[in-house]
Ligand binder design. Structure first.
Ligand SMILES: [Zn+2]
Length: 207
């Protein structure tokens, strides 16, 4: 099945494998094509910035993206678009250290994990190609594992789902439905362009 789509490179396709549904994948395709990055242009309605330094800032993870058994989750990212740790300057490290110190102090965090995701998304399981760190604080109700690579069998299966999403996107595009709004129906698109076997693959991801 087709794993390519104009305007996206192979690492962008890997990002799509981390999308949780067609809506999300579709937004990612549109953003990448427009050279937009939602960490460069933070949506203040979705992301509440709680601390700001000159080069980096931090915001609380939106509730819908919080993992189970996590009490606090903050995202810390540079304001400019960089993807790799080798793009970080001494000033970047100083800002990051400053923010990490202040957040743990202000939020009264007595323990947790600080994880940085950078570079090739196949090697960090990120869904944004914008270098960032996460601070996680578990709530004590269950085991918490932080993923940096997914099970290859699951990735192989998700690749097939992405190929179906690409077909759905291309149908939507062909119908000139791409308006940037969620004014479409993933189920209808799937019904109109997928085989029964493909439909069964995407069905669990319907919104
Ligand atoms: Zn960015």
């Amino acid at each position: 099945m087709n794993q390519t789509i104009p305007g996206l490179d192979s690492q962008d396709i890997t990002l799509l494998q981390n999308a949780r549904n067609y809506h999300y994948a579709r937004d990612m395709i549109l953003q990448i094509r427009k050279n937009e990055c939602s960490f460069c242009q933070l949506d203040p309605n979705k992301n509440k910035v709680i601390f700001d330094l000159e080069l980096w800032h931090t915001w609380t993870c939106p509730p819908q993206f919080m993992a189970k058994s996590i009490e606090k989750h903050f995202v810390i990212a540079p304001k400019r678009h960089i993807t790799h740790i080798k793009d970080m300057t001494g000033e970047d490290w100083a800002d990051l250290a400053g923010i990490a110190n202040i957040i743990t102090e202000e939020q009264d965090i007595d323990g947790g994990a600080l994880l940085m995701r950078f570079g090739n998304p196949a090697k960090n399981a990120q869904s944004m190609r914008h270098l960032h760190c996460n601070i996680y604080v578990p709530d004590g109700t269950g085991e918490v594992k932080l993923t940096i690579a997914k099970d290859p069998a699951k990735i192989a299966k998700k690749k097939l789902v992405v190929a179906c999403w690409i077909k759905m996107f291309q149908l939507e595009e062909a119908r000139e439905f791409v308006t940037g709004e969620h004014s479409f129906d993933d189920k209808k698109l799937a019904e109109n362009c997928l085989s029964n076997e493909e439909y069964a693959l995407v069905e669990p991801y319907f919104v």
